[in-house]
Design a protein around this ligand. Structure first.
Ligand SMILES: [Zn+2]
Length: 282
C-alpha cells in the first residue's frame, strides 16, 4: 500500500539493528520494561457507533467456520505470561514459536489468500487492522477470527501517530477500537502504532487511556512493503527467524502472499510454529 511506503524513510536507519534487537528489548515473560498502568479511568466517551451490542462471553475456536448472523462474539484470549511488558517486541525464546503479524489493509482477495495459506499450514496470524479498511471491508473482521487468527488495532487512518497531539492520537486509536468492538465484540488485546516500530511515551499513554493492555511491536522486519519479490521476502524472514520472533508483514502485497507458503514450510522444518501474538506470549 502506498500509505505504508512512508515507513521506508522512518525505518531505514533502524533496519540494520532490527533482527538483532530481540535479545536487547522487552519480550514476553521478561521483566516489565515500562510501567503497565491500568486503562485510564477517565477515558472520554466516544461517539457510539451503530452495531449490535457485544455479548460478555464468546469463543472463536480455531476450527470454527464462518459464523452466521448471530452478532459479534468476543474471542477468548489466553492470559499472558507474568511479567509481559506493556510494549512487546519479542516473544519468549523458550518455546519453538514465532508470531507473524500483519498490517491489516489492502485488497481483500490478497488478504483472504494469506489467511487461507496460513490455515492450510496450521498457522495462526495476527492482523493489526486499520479501521478505515474495516469500514470498507467489514466482513474481513469475522473472516480473520473464524480462521483462529487474532485481531489488533493499528489506528483508524494509519497516519504518523508519533507526531500527533495526545487527543488526535487518542481519536485515531479509539476510532479503530470502536470498529473492532462493533464487528467482533472486543477492541482486541494489542495496539500497534502507525508509521512507527515503537510507541512514544505519549502514544503509550493514549493507548492505555483507550483501554489497551499492550503495544505489539516487532523484532524482525523483512520490508515486504517495498515489494522486493517473494524470494527476497522469504530469504529475509528465514535468515533471522528464531524462537520468539515477532515478524512485521503486510497484507495487500502479492509478494507476501507468494512468499508465505514457503516461509511456513521452512519454519515447520525448523520446528517453529507460527502462532498468534497472544499465544506467543501466553
Ligand atoms: Zn502499518
Amino acid at each position: 500500500m502506498t500509505v505504508d511506503r512512508r515507513r521506508i524513510l522512518r525505518t531505514t536507519a533502524q533496519l540494520a539493528t532490527l533482527t538483532a534487537a530481540g535479545g536487547l528489548l522487552a519480550g514476553c515473560g521478561q521483566e516489565a520494561a515500562t510501567g503497565a498502568g491500568a486503562p485510564h479511568p477517565s477515558a472520554a466517551p466516544t461517539t457510539p457507533k451503530p452495531g449490535p451490542s457485544a455479548p460478555a462471553t464468546g469463543s472463536a475456536s480455531p476450527s470454527a467456520g464462518p459464523s452466521g448472523s448471530a452478532g459479534p462474539s468476543a474471542p477468548v484470549l489466553p492470559p499472558l505470561a507474568a511479567g509481559t511488558p506493556f510494549e512487546v517486541v519479542t516473544g519468549p525464546q523458550t518455546r519453538q514459536q514465532v508470531a507473524l503479524t500483519f498490517h491489516g489493509q489492502g485488497d481483500p482477495k490478497l488478504a483472504t489468500a494469506l489467511l487461507e495459506a496460513a490455515e492450510q499450514h496450521g498457522a495462526r496470524l495476527t492482523v493489526m487492522v486499520v479501521g478505515s479498511w474495516l469500514d470498507q471491508q467489514p466482513q474481513m473482521a469475522q473472516r480473520i477470527l473464524s480462521g483462529g487468527h487474532e485481531l489488533g488495532n493499528h489506528t483508524q487512518n494509519h497516519q504518523d501517530i508519533s507526531s500527533m497531539s495526545p487527543d488526535q492520537a487518542y481519536a485515531e486509536i479509539t476510532a479503530c477500537a470502536d470498529r473492532l468492538k462493533a464487528l467482533t465484540g472486543s477492541i482486541g488485546r494489542w495496539f500497534r502504532p502507525s508509521e512507527a516500530q515503537y510507541a512514544t511515551t505519549q502514544v503509550k499513554d493514549q493507548a492505555r487511556r483507550a483501554g489497551y493492555e499492550h503495544i505489539l511491536s516487532f523484532d524482525l522486519d523483512p520490508r515486504d512493503y517495498q515489494d522486493p519479490g517473494a524470494d527476497v521476502v522469504q530469504r529475509r524472514i528465514l535468515a533471522s527467524a528464531k524462537a520468539g520472533s515477532i515478524v512485521a508483514l503486510h497484507m495487500g502485497h502479492q509478494g507476501t502472499v507468494d512468499a508465505l507458503p514457503a516461509v511456513l514450510t521452512a519454519l515447520q522444518q525448523r520446528g517453529l510454529s507460527a502462532v498468534t501474538a497472544s499465544q506467543l506470549c501466553a
